[in-house]
Design a protein around this ligand. Structure first.
Ligand SMILES: CC(C)(COP(=O)(O)OP(=O)(O)OC[C@H]1O[C@@H](n2cnc3c(N)ncnc32)[C@H](O)[C@@H]1OP(=O)(O)O)[C@@H](O)C(=O)NCCC(=O)NCCS
Length: 216
């Protein structure tokens, strides 16, 4: 399987909200994502599974000069499959299935991760890490000194992922989550420009790329 990371667009939102409902006790409504796309402090990405074998044979009875009796479907598929043809955003989404997403806000010199999630059936294959590295890269590009976030004290999977990228507990927000009154740890990276952080990032990136290439 092949995956690509790209910037979030409105066409991705239905798939994102479906994943949100599957993984979060308090999912965001679609309008929150729509307004985030207009937030100039925000940067959101998706990871999509690219179906390289997304190949659809035209129906035998529909050929050159034949009337398209498939309600326009055939001409649409022909455009989808013709190399170099510009696709509409909706068509692109059709060929690239959103399987995860993440976002950050730039707040002065800190990048604050607002969300990061992978669809349950795609978890455990490196995609959460791929999203996190992509956000860290963006944070560095935007001049952030640190990356920070909140995480449920019970969310050990996410905490493990963050620790792998030098995040450590730097605070506690009591009763942060309204569904069950759970506390949140505030976790923050080492300085992004420190030699140790850069070393960790480079080593993890190389290992992840190797893993994703192996699984392709
Ligand atoms: C947290 C989440 C994004 C991780 O994504 P993922 O694609 O499953 O994780 P990855 O396969 O990229 O794993 C990266 C690291 O996470 C940790 N991790 C992943 N699965 C784990 C598990 N089952 N148990 C313990 N640690 C785990 C490990 O540190 C792993 O690194 P490793 O492979 O070197 O051990 C995903 O589990 C998720 O969407 N959870 C629900 C939403 C959520 O809780 N988001 C975080 C909000 S703060």
């Amino acid at each position: 399987m092949r995956f690509v990371v790209e910037q979030m667009r409105a066409e991705h939102i239905p798939a994102i909200t479906a994943i949100d409902r599957a993984v979060y006790p308090i999912p965001w409504p679609a309008h929150s994502y729509r307004s985030e796309l207009h937030n100039r402090q925000a940067y959101y990405i998706v990871v999509c599974r690219v179906d390289a074998d997304a190949h659809v044979e035209p129906p035998a009875e529909v050929g050159a000069g034949t009337r398209d009796e498939s309600g326009g479907l055939f001409s649409r598929l022909t455009r989808l499959l013709r190399p170099g043809t510009a696709l509409t955003p909706a068509e692109e989404v059709e060929l690239r299935r959103v399987v995860g997403y993440a976002g950050l806000w730039m707040m002065v010199n800190e990048a604050h991760i607002t969300t990061i999630a992978v669809a349950p059936e795609y978890q455990g294959r490196g995609l959460g890490e791929l999203l996190l590295i992509s956000l860290i890269d963006k944070a560095i590009e935007l001049g952030a000194l640190y990356v920070t976030l909140e995480v449920r004290v019970s969310n050990h999977v996410a905490q493990n992922l963050y620790r792998k990228y030098t995040f450590q507990q730097t605070g506690l927000r009591k009763r942060y989550y309204s569904d069950n009154g759970e506390d949140a740890y505030i976790m923050t990276t080492e300085a992004l420009d420190s030699a140790h952080f850069q070393q960790v990032l480079a080593a993890n990136r190389a290992a992840l790329l190797e893993r994703l290439a192996r699984d392709e």
